[in-house]
Write a protein that binds this ligand. Structure first.
Ligand code: DAT
Ligand code: MG
Length: 145
């Protein structure tokens, strides 16, 4: 089966802690993802709002945007068979209580602090993966791989 691409983010809560940042990076390597692109950046609030616009109006939206723009993040384009679902499985559930109880060894189960400060992001579909990859890596084109 062909490689699939996903966008993964390491959020400010994890980038701020070198040991957690390194542990998440090691998860990527040990699960044999191909790192196609990687960059660290401080997100502009407007870009953050646009990225999460599907959640506009939800009670956590403002909190989420403020948090994601609060410190450096690391973005990856990852390639793997079934990369989108595989990365989401490694991350574990969105909400920290569920992550700790249902998937304690997952990334969020291990390192998530709150429902918002939950360590990592992963695309949830092929359509959102290509949108999200373009948002962080505008010069990237799949034809080049
Ligand atoms: P995911 O990141 O698992 O795809 P999502 O797309 O539903 O989850 O939400 C995007 C982010 O918004 C999530 O990673 C953290 C925040 N968030 C979601 N639900 C939340 C909630 N109930 N309370 C606080 N923050 C929440
Ligand atoms: Mg999502």
């Amino acid at each position: 089966q062909a490689l699939q691409l996903t966008l993964a983010l390491i959020k400010p809560d994890a980038v701020a802690h070198p040991l957690i940042l390194e542990a998440v990076h090691q998860q990527i390597l040990s699960n044999k993802f191909l790192i196609v692109r990687m960059r660290e950046l401080l997100w502009r609030k407007e870009d953050c709002q646009k990225f999460y616009q599907e959640h506009e109006g939800r009670f956590f939206y403002q909190r989420l945007v403020e948090f994601m723009a609060s410190g450096p993040i690391r973005a990856y384009i990852l390639a793997h068979k079934d990369a989108i679902q595989f990365w989401r499985t490694l991350m574990g559930p969105t909400r920290v209580f569920q992550a700790r109880h249902v998937a304690p060894d997952s990334i969020r189960g291990s390192f998530g602090l709150t429902d918002t400060r939950n360590t990592t992001h992963g695309s949830d579909s092929v359509v959102s993966a290509s949108r999200e990859i373009a948002a962080f890596f505008p010069d990237f084109s799949e034809q080049r791989c």
